[in-house]
Structure formats: C-alpha cells, structure tokens
Design a protein around this ligand. Structure first.
Ligand code: SF4
Length: 185
C-alpha cells in the first residue's frame, strides 16, 4: 500500500519509520490516530490518503481476522479477494500482492512489468487488462504460491533491468524466447 505511486525507496523509508516507532503490527497500526500515522509515513508520499487506507485495511484485518495474517491463509480465496477489493484504495495489484506475499495464496501479481514482458513476447495483447494477464498466468502455471512468488520477482527484475520503456534486449535472459523477432509493439 505504501509503495503505490512511489518508488520502493520511499516506501521503505516509511516502513523503517513505522518500525522505529514500534507501530509495525496490525493492532498498533489500527489503534494509531490517522493524523499520527500520516506523519509517520510521510516519506511514502500522498501520506494522508495512504494513512486512511492503511487504517481501513488494518481495522478490517482486526475485525475479520483477529489482526492475524493466518486467517488470510485459510479463508476461501475468491470471497477473500472480493473483500480485499472492496477496501478503500485496494486495486487488484495491491490486493493480489497481499494475497501472494503476505497470505501465501496462489494469486499471480500481474503488474505493469509482467504485462509488458508478456505483451512484448506476444503471450498476451500488449494492451491486455490486468485480469486477463493474471488469468493467463494462473491458467498456464501450477497453482503454487512459492512458484508465483519467484516467477513474479524474476519478471520484475527483468522489467527493471532490461524490459524498460525502450527494451534492452541485448543481454536480456529472455532474448532467446523472441526467436529472432523484434519485441511486439
Ligand atoms: S528480450 Fe527484450 S522484450 Fe523480451 S523481456 Fe527482454 S528486454 Fe523485454
């Protein structure tokens, strides 16, 4: 949630500040006044909005799952995803990142890096929406959170290092998969 619309460095500074003030547990986050929370996470940008969203999420976690991610690991997946998507500021990418990385559920995070790599390799349309790309990956991979976790991290690494807005295919580990064709788009 903190990394929405900002770089990871800024989000990490906000997390470090939360940790420094011993606020990095769902119960303490939920109990913290929103204005205080906003000041603490200032480094993450749009901090009032993010404080409101963080408070709403932690309250939900507290009320529905006793402030523990264990409940998220056991709850039926589709209703749980729908609930997360109903929380303020939680789009599919953030909801799926929570499900995969925090709750260890088999949901692929089809973020912009992933969509770009798959699109350029003609596996999906370059303009395919989030849910289409997520569905494609989940239909073609074993339903395994550890695999999704690693696969997503590797695609992000490729996206950051090589598959940027102008692709740097020379030296990219996925270059052979293009089979001599230029990237789509
Ligand atoms: S080979 Fe080119 S198009 Fe494919 S992922 Fe690498 S940089 Fe992107």
């Amino acid at each position: 949630m903190l990394t929405q619309h900002t770089g990871w460095t800024n989000a990490a500074r906000a997390v470090a500040e939360l940790r420094r003030r011993r606020l990095l547990t769902p119960r303490r986050l939920a109990a913290a006044p929103e204005r205080q929370l906003a000041r603490v996470i200032r480094a993450a940008g749009t901090y009032r909005l993010k404080a409101r969203r963080l408070a709403a999420f932690t309250r939900w976690l507290l009320e529905r799952h006793g402030a523990s991610f264990r409940g998220l690991r056991r709850a039926p997946l589709l209703p749980l995803r729908r609930e997360l998507l109903g929380l303020p500021g939680l789009g599919p990418e953030t909801a799926d990142a929570i499900l995969l990385y925090a709750a260890d559920r088999p949901v692929f995070v089809a973020d912009a890096y992933v969509r770009r790599v798959l699109g350029r390799h003609r596996l999906v349309d370059l303009a395919a929406p989030y849910e289409t790309v997520r569905g494609f990956l989940e239909a073609h991979l074993p339903s395994d959170p550890a695999l999704y976790n690693e696969y997503h991290a590797l695609l992000v690494a490729v996206g950051k290092t090589h598959c940027r807005s102008v692709p740097r295919c020379a030296g990219c580990p996925l270059r052979a998969d293009l089979r001599g064709r230029p990237p789509a788009g």
